[in-house]
Design a protein around this ligand. Structure first.
Ligand code: NAD
Length: 295
């Protein structure tokens, strides 16, 4: 299978490596020369522009910071649309704004090409191991065609609806994830203030009804160890919350809990933590309690 990928950051770089390991012929484009060269060293093929990549690879994956960069990559002077062929299929894996995705999908269709949105969950570990959860919007036949390629990257692969549906559920998932992490941090910080030990609290929470991915994975590995290793930056999480909140705004939907969580995330960003891993939200909450949650 020949697949080109644009965006070789924390996620895309690992996804490209994973596909190479699975025997795919992989083409690359990224502004970061170092990221490109590392993967060329592993057998990938470098393209000079998105158009060049699309002219050589039938399947194109985009996994970029935001939809505005995706749009530029698509319609720019040397954009994908300049190189795509009738058999081309664009697989848009950026976490993105569903309404804009729908526009881009219509644009691609009008030019005679095909696109699905297929954002992912599971972080850098999932990208490395090929265990991502992949949620797909678009034509079912295009989803079925992409399935073998997606199966190299993920284990839980679901078609959720028409164009934009993948991006809709991704934003909703991250809204839950962000809120759970913030709520767990508050409870843990209060527990420490009341004299409890973090490990003992987690031992109870993770075998009780307060358990979540945040308590089960992020707290033991990132927080108690004080590693806060960058895998998914805080500013990208704030981007996702903005998407979810604007979706709610469009529907005039009340979002009491998520709104409160959103304010906490924006506060952490205002403190200058945007470039840190998103688990740094815990540090921001710790400061309010004047405690540290460490092992
Ligand atoms: P990142 O910032 O680590 O990587 C982005 C990459 O895009 C960089 O290599 C950058 O050089 C490249 N890039 C930027 N502008 C470009 C352009 N115009 N042309 C070509 N390349 C360009 O981001 P990431 O963490 O890999 O996330 C990528 C996407 O995946 C985001 O939308 C994010 O929300 C989503 N996501 C990330 C995670 C995670 O754990 N990191 C998990 C799920 C989803």
């Amino acid at each position: 299978m020949r697949v080109g990928i644009i965006g070789l950051g924390n996620m895309g770089g690992r996804m490209a490596k994973r596909m190479l390991g699975q025997g795919a012929e992989v083409g690359l484009y990224d502004l970061n020369e170092e990221a490109v060269n590392t993967l060329v060293g592993l057998g990938a093929e470098k393209a000079d522009s998105p158009a060049d990549l699309a002219s050589k690879f039938q399947y194109i994956i985009t996994v970029l910071p935001n939809v505005y960069i995706v749009k530029q990559t698509l319609v720019g002077e040397q954009g994908l649309l300049k190189g795509m062929k009738p058999e081309s299929l664009l697989i848009e894996m950026t976490t993105s704004i569903p309404s804009v995705t729908k526009e881009l999908n219509a644009l691609v269709k009008a030019e005679g090409f095909r696109m699905i949105d297929a954002p992912v969950s599971g972080g850098v570990k999932g990208a490395e191991a090929g265990t991502l959860s992949i949620m797909v919007g678009g034509e079912e036949s295009d989803f079925e065609e992409a399935r073998p390629l997606l199966a190299m990257l993920g284990q839980n692969i679901n078609h959720v609806g028409e164009a934009g549906a993948g991006h809709t559920i991704k934003a909703l998932n991250n809204m839950i994830s962000a809120t759970t992490l913030a709520a767990t941090a508050e409870a843990m910080a209060l527990g420490v203030k009341l004299g409890l030990e973090p490990e003992k609290m987690l031992a109870v929470i993770n075998t009780s009804t307060g358990r979540s991915f945040s308590s089960d994975f992020k707290f033991p590995n990132q927080v108690l160890t004080r590693k806060f290793e960058v895998g998914f930056t805080l500013d990208l999480m704030v981007k996702d919350l903005k998407i979810a909140m604007s979706m709610a705004e469009e529907e005039s939907a009340p979002m009491f809990i998520s709104s409160a969580s959103f304010q906490l995330w924006k506060r952490a960003m205002a403190e200058g933590r945007g470039g840190e891993d998103h688990t740094a939200i815990v540090k921001s909450i710790e400061e309010m309690f004047n405690v540290e949650i460490k092992g």
